[in-house]
Ligand binder design. Structure first.
Ligand code: DOR
Length: 456
């Protein structure tokens, strides 16, 4: 029988492999934060028992301390910077940050150097991620060669490679040419791969560094208007409608985008969208310090945008959370605001922000968190083995959250190579304690496991 719940084209290697029949006992956890605590026995990378006895023998045991058991989180939008900018993040450090954040699968964007526009580059990333063995790292192929916006890449070759590329994006840049986007949609349709659009009409954002509004005007910063995003969302919704294939909207940031998504979904247009934690909770009011850590693309907007985005995530208009984890070194961040590179770290704080904003506030429960941070992104990317129900026989890709952990975010404490967190010194009330990838503990008591020895 073909195993459709796992996607590994590359076996786990060396000492880090989950040994045949290896067992892990995860004690004292509450699946989806519901009911009495249980012990979960994992054998050979799959959930074997959801009510194991306390004295069940196992090769490894982790005490869940009554924490919330969730499916391993899936992030469909990160930048792990390898190849090309290994000084800011590598697949090994990014995987450690992912494991610390509760993630068992991430999709790393194509704006690497060289650009991920050929099978050999995507395969290099995939194999390295599997060798690191802390998180499944799926390369995102670029839509256009060299991100130049002129010629489509070979989606078919990348999809057929060892990396099984299932998502394509020029993220960081918009596929602005409408004819090229139409052709991409038609090409993607035959392969059932997902196109993720960075919605930014480039003519409307020339030289722009901050949200166009009162704050940017007061601070003398060139404005990035909402219409630059919304005009592309509207255009791509219509292209998706007329050429009949899926388009995913990266990092939705405006109230108007929410309205357009509502309209598109009401017409059954296959449009999906993600929102970042920073666009849910931060606004452009932070810019008054001119600290480059707050520069991000799309920019932090206004309170009415954050409120609309939160409501849209709650009611399903926005499908999921994605971090847009974008590491940058201090030489690119600790400079004049206009010269700072856009982007913020996100992997290690995402769950805490979503828990704080939606669960601790009483707006949603942990089942909803499982949906927006694991199940839905796995569905959108057609990712087998992740975002699955917590049930006997399912792959053991899991995380355990302490729902009452008081902790403070510090860039210097992060597993990421870079330190550009906008949450420096901010306190949170929930934290990932344990992450399990195919039955192997990749994060224990908040500390990520070591990557493969040659990558440490
Ligand atoms: O802020 C951002 N940083 N937005 C993007 O779209 C790209 C990303 C990066 O690569 O740093």
């Amino acid at each position: 029988m073909t195993d459709t719940t796992t996607d590994r084209a590359y076996p786990a290697t060396g000492a880090l492999a989950t040994a045949e029949n290896a067992t892990l006992l995860l004690t004292n956890v509450r699946p989806y934060g519901e009911g009495e605590p249980v012990n979960v026995l994992i054998r050979d990378g799959r959930i074997a028992d959801l009510d194991a006895a306390d004295d069940t023998p196992a090769d490894d045991t982790v005490d869940g301390h009554g924490g919330v058991l969730l499916p391993g989180l899936v992030d469909m939008h990160v930048h792990l910077r390898e190849p090309g900018r290994e000084d800011t993040e590598t697949i090994a450090t990014g995987s450690a940050a992912a494991a610390k954040g509760g993630f068992t699968a991430v999709f790393t964007m194509a704006n690497t150097s060289p650009v991920m526009d050929q099978p050999v580059i995507a395969e290099g990333v995939w194999h390295k991620g599997q060798h690191t063995n802390l998180c499944d790292v799926h390369p995102v192929g670029s839509i256009t060669k060299g991100l130049a916006g002129e010629e489509l890449t070979e989606f078919g070759m990348m999809a057929a490679s060892d990396a099984k590329v299932r998502m394509f994006s020029d993220d960081g840049k918009c596929v602005a040419d409408p004819l090229l986007m139409r052709r991409a949609i038609e090409y993607a349709k035959g392969l059932d791969v997902l196109l993720a659009q960075h919605c930014e009409e480039p003519r409307l954002t020339e030289g722009a560094v901050a949200h166009e509004g009162e704050t940017a005007a007061r601070l003398g910063l060139r404005g990035w208007p909402r219409v630059a995003e919304e005009s592309i969302v509207a255009r791509d919704a219509l292209l998706a409608r007329d050429y009949g294939n899926r388009v995913h909207i990266c990092h939705a940031s405006t109230e108007g985008t929410v309205e357009l998504l509502k309209w598109a979904k009401a017409q059954d247009i296959p449009l999906s969208a993600e929102v970042t934690p920073h666009h849910l909770i931060l606004t452009d009011e932070r810019l008054h310090t001119y600290d480059g850590v707050n520069r991000v693309n799309p920019p932090l907007r206004e309170e009415r945008d954050t409120l609309a985005l939160r409501q849209a995530l709650l009611d399903g208009t926005i499908d999921c959370v994605a971090t847009d984890h974008a590491p940058h070194g201090s030489e690119d961040k600790c400079v004049e605001f206009e010269h700072a590179k856009p982007g913020m770290l996100g992997l290690e704080t995402s769950l805490a922000i979503i828990a704080e904003t939606f669960v601790r506030s009483g707006l949603a429960d942990w089942r909803w968190v499982a949906k927006v941070m694991s199940e839905r992104p796995a569905e959108l990317t057609r990712l087998p083995g992740h975002g699955r129900p917590i049930a006997v026989g399912e792959p053991a890709n899991l995380c355990v959250v302490d729902p009452d952990a008081a902790w403070t975010a510090h860039g210097a404490d992060m597993a990421s190579k870079a330190e550009n967190t906008p949450y420096e010194g901010m306190g949170f009330g929930a934290r990932v304690r344990t992450t399990v990838l195919r039955g192997r503990v990749t994060c224990r008591d908040g500390e990520p496991a070591a990557p493969a020895p040659d990558l440490a």
